[in-house]
Write a protein of this length. Structure first.
Length: 288
């Protein structure tokens, strides 16, 4: 069955019980919904089952309310938590950034060209440097300076803007600030952060220069959800590139930034397409 219609997305998780795939796919067939993509995973460590389905309703009479009423009784038998995402849904994404523009530039390009099915209603920064980029895209830009003394007030302003613009996802696109525990808790599970991944680990200032001095042979990036561990939240996507002795510190920085922007894009795309499930401290990610 070929169709040019955009699909609905069905996602669910439940305890691992016999018949979990059947209860979903049988209902889809009985209700005339054509399954165009399906992924499932049963985690025997946590005894949890995860499933994601893209489907095309047969005809124009599809009703989300009818689907919910009819399917809920079946879902209850499996203690299943489930959700439907309509084809026209565009998550509202607030972006936080400091001075580095590579991740912001990449996200805005992919947003503008439709590679990311999102709305970007606001950009927030602790520096004024990237306002022209936001203005060019017609997106409100808020410069909120921060210091150790003003951190609580600044973070309160950030929260107000997230709520004012009704953002359901926050992306830290190289936002070079350590968030307070209160802010991490506020963003828990609804914010994605990106940072370099270098082995061995190099913390503090000029990590790529530290890595060069040790002769690293690989640079990478990790995108993860923000939680109370800040840089240790559940991982969504990672990327790497090999380097060698001919790469100087500025080359490592350039390579690292390339990996960062692609890895962050992948993480945001997986999230907005409902391909990521939290599974304790880990994630289940159904790629394409």
């Amino acid at each position: 069955m070929k169709s040019t219609k955009k699909p609905w997305i069905f996602t669910a998780k439940c305890p691992s019980i016999l018949g979990t795939v059947d209860v979903v796919t049988r209902y889809m067939a009985e209700s005339g919904n054509y399954v165009s993509e399906i992924h499932s995973f049963d985690d025997y460590e946590s005894d949890q089952f995860f499933i994601r389905i893209e489907f095309i309703p047969n005809g124009d009479a599809f009703s989300e309310d009818v689907f919910a009423a009819d399917f809920q009784a079946r879902a209850d038998e499996f203690n299943m938590e489930w959700a439907l995402t309509p084809p026209d849904h565009k998550p509202r994404v607030a972006i936080l950034v400091s001075k580095y523009d590579h991740c912001l530039n990449d996200l805005l390009y992919r947003y503008r060209t439709g590679q990311l099915n999102i709305e970007v209603p606001v950009i927030i920064s602790n520096h004024p440097d990237l306002k022209d980029l936001a203005d060019w895209h017609g997106i409100p830009y808020y410069h909120l300076p921060i210091s150790a003394e003003t951190k609580p007030q600044q973070e309160a302003q950030v929260k107000e803007l997230i709520e004012k613009y009704d953002a359901e996802l926050v992306v830290l696109a190289r936002y070079m600030q350590v968030l307070s525990p209160d802010m991490c808790q506020y963003l828990d599970g609804k914010a994605i952060n990106i940072h370099h991944s270098l082995l061995p680990g190099f913390k503090g200032a000029r990590p790529y220069h530290q890595a060069w001095e040790k002769g690293v042979k690989m640079v990478g990036a990790t995108a993860h959800y923000v939680n109370n561990d800040l840089d240790e939240g559940p991982i969504i996507a990672q990327g790497i590139q090999t380097v060698d002795h001919a790469h100087y510190p500025e080359d490592l920085v350039a390579k690292g930034q390339d990996v960062e922007r692609v890895t962050l894009f992948n993480a945001v795309k997986y999230h907005v397409e409902k391909r990521v499930f939290l599974n304790g401290s880990r994630t289940v990610v159904f790629g394409r």
